[in-house]
Design a protein around this ligand. Sequence first.
Ligand code: ZN
Length: 464
Amino acid sequence: MKIKNILDNSKSWVTIMSLLPLNPLKGTFITKKERMMIGAVASFRGLGVKIIRKSIISVTTFLLILTLFLTGCNPNPNSSSLNKNARIKALIVNGQMNASHDYTQTTPIVKKILEITGIFRVDIATTPKKGGDMSTFKPKFSDYDVIVIDYDGDEWPEETKASFVDYMKKGGGMLVVHSSDNAFPNWAAYNEMIGLGGWNGRNEKDGQYVYWEKGEIVRNDTIGSAGHHGKQVPVLVETRDFEHPILKGLPTSWMHAPDELYGNLRGPGKNMDILATAFSDTETGGTGKNEPVLFTIKYGEGRVFHTVFGHVNGKGPHEQMQCAGFIVTLQRGAEWAATGEVLQAIPAEFPNFTGYTIWPNYQPLSLEDLVKAIKKYELGDSEENLTALTLRIRKSDQSPETLDKYEKVMIGILESNATDDAKKYICRQLGLWGTEKCIPALEKLKSNKNCSELAEFALEQIQN
Ligand code: ZN
């Protein structure tokens, strides 16, 4: 129903768009995305002009700064392979996986996604190969704040299972990523921890189907197998628990990159909180239901975060896991599972319902790299980087110093060897919120016949 609403809204957007003036850059009608960007920048400009310097910072900001000071952590620093002073210790368990997945692809990615935050230090415990002597596999779970399961294979020794159950009951943290909810179909405690699982012979004996319908959770006893996914298509993720620390502050819906959207999962589903669902469309082979995609489970004193996303195809590239929505929810889910709270900042570039965002290096580009990418922009390319710059400005502190910094960046692009299409885009932005500081660069650009019209447009806007 929600998807349908969005599609209907898209149609009305198109109708509205057809009434808008021509896009001076492309000579076409202004697209939905451009319209949103213009709106965003315009509202930001309004705020920027009226900005009131606050002398008192908010309690939240104060607590965040205090925490960072005490822990010595930056929420989003550059990647550090060691993170020696990281405050959260994570252990990834891998070693065997079913034929559809490959832990040698997923484990390094999960490790990188966690370590890039600067707050996690990640170790890996690898089991013997399938059919090997498992009796030696005895990781010391209690040394870690969160255990990431990247495993579907032979049973662990009873002693290891018991120590994991004990660890969780006493307040451990656990992360379940995609096909790790296929593992251990016959281990009752594991199935309680993951809440819902699929495949490996799971059916009605393992619990109910759980999904979302008309604003509430439905538990269904229908006889049938557990585990299904349709074609890998972009997925609209919709928040159902707005107050949960993992999702608090994120958009209420966003697009996830093409991925296997698990559905028809079954399980005990005890003490489970569904944070987000996604509609699995029958037209692309799905279940026709709003399937739980991000959920948490309370197991004893322990906390579990389960994401059904994160499939990998062969050797990649693995856009399913390079997706900003996957990365940020995994980082926040891991922090919550480990500590019960989330202190990480939300990147300005987090996507919304209009499209998914890929971070090839698992984090937003630095401003320097973003500018480099924008300088190469040609009409018809993805506008992802242009949007990223706009969002970064809009979601900044909007202080005069910050606005001045971004205006200098834009002037720098105009004065560089950037493509004419990049310069035209910048002219359009400066026309919306530039100051007299950019006038000399715009005047100079009037001699470029491809850009002169847009440069004049910007000058007119600024001088008015
Ligand atoms: Zn998969």
